[in-house]
Design a protein. Structure first.
Length: 272
């Protein structure tokens, strides 16, 4: 009898596992999903930049290779961070599209669940099925069907995405869930706030575009000038590469150059 009772339990466990596997995977948006080709490309770019700059300042091949390798490894991390930021920015724009579609459906009288299901069909017209927002919609709807409160699903989405707009919406929805009939107005107001923030960010990016281009040109000029004078200056800079004082001056200049690059990157990176 115990054998017969254990068989259905095992079958039930298999069904449960199959159902869990069929749900969309839960994504941590703080982790980069880049593969080896992307890492290799980032390393080569960093290696080339580090090798070129170091060689211009010292003209020592071994030291340039070592510094190039260090910069290559650092650029892998930097490229991963840029990929994460780019993915979050894309997810934020997709979340805005979601709120816009949900807001229209709820103004027409649909409850939130049906509005989310309809929004998924609408978003499939402009976003790929494997896009992040489609996967997140599948997770949210699946949790609701498994008796998980909608506010908890949105809070989990906000925690994993680490986006302030989604976190604000999740906290507001948690406060009004089941307590207010103005959910459609709240969603519409949240959508408008995100739209205003995105418009401001676009204006700032437009204003900073010229400044970023100028900063990149100014950072490139010292290396170009060193290269031109070093190879066409008829020995004008030989003392920099052959005397202890010249090595010290080159090291100080290199440190100033690196500090200028980091400062330019920090100033041009404006987040709201």
């Amino acid at each position: 009898m115990s054998t017969e009772s254990s068989a259905p339990a095992k079958r039930g466990e298999k069904v449960k596992k199959a159902g869990a596997d069929s749900r969309p995977p839960v994504t941590d948006y703080s982790v980069c999903v880049s593969g080896m080709p992307e890492h290799a490309a980032a390393f080569l770019i960093g290696f080339a930049a580090g090798f070129a700059v170091t060689f211009m300042f010292y003209k020592i091949v071994l030291l340039s290779i070592i510094c190039g390798a260090v910069f290559g490894v650092m650029n892998i991390y930097a490229a991963a961070q840029r990929a994460v930021s780019k993915r979050r920015a894309k997810l934020r724009a997709q979340f805005f599209d979601l709120l816009e579609s949900v807001s229209v459906a709820m103004r027409a009288g649909s409850p939130l669940l049906k509005a989310l299901q309809g929004a998924r069909d609408d978003l499939l017209l402009i976003h790929a099925e494997e896009s992040d927002i489609i996967s997140e919609l599948g997770i949210i709807i699946g949790k609701f069907n498994n008796a998980v409160p909608m506010s908890e699903a949105f809070s989990d989405f906000a925690r994993r995405s680490k986006l302030d707009d989604i976190a604000s919406f999740a906290s507001v929805y948690e406060a009004v869930e089941g307590k207010s009939g103005r959910t459609d107005e709240i969603i519409r107001e949240t959508q408008q706030i995100i739209a205003d923030k995105m418009e401001i960010e676009m204006e700032i990016e437009t204003l900073l575009a010229a400044a970023k281009s100028e900063a990149n040109i100014m950072l490139l000029l010292p290396v170009v000038i060193l290269g031109v004078i070093g190879y066409a200056g008829a020995g004008f800079m030989d003392s920099i590469y052959s005397t202890p004082t010249g090595r010290i001056v080159a090291t100080v200049c290199l440190l100033i150059y690196i500090a200028s690059y980091l400062l330019a990157q920090k100033i041009s990176n404006v987040s709201l």
